[in-house]
Ligand binder design. Structure first.
Ligand SMILES: [Zn+2]
Length: 69
């Protein structure tokens, strides 16, 4: 597996020891509602499962926004 410099190495979600598959803005991940173990970094790493969860959470937000107008 190729390692990218500067990005998170593991999943940033609290209690998860998975390998980071995606690197996202810490703020965005926090806003999605996922609980992060270490939020001092600029980027949050998400494993496959938590990236799926993140997408689900952000999608729900958008649906609620469009319904609520
Ligand atoms: Zn994870």
């Amino acid at each position: 597996m190729a390692e990218r410099t500067g990005g998170p190495r593991g999943c940033s979600v609290a209690g998860c020891g998975g390998a980071a598959e995606r690197s996202l803005s810490m703020k965005k991940v926090k806003d999605s509602g996922l609980e992060l173990g270490d939020d001092s970094a600029r980027k949050a790493g998400l494993c496959k499962e938590h990236y799926k969860e993140y997408k689900k959470l952000t999608k729900t937000d958008r649906v609620l926004e469009s319904i609520g107008r």
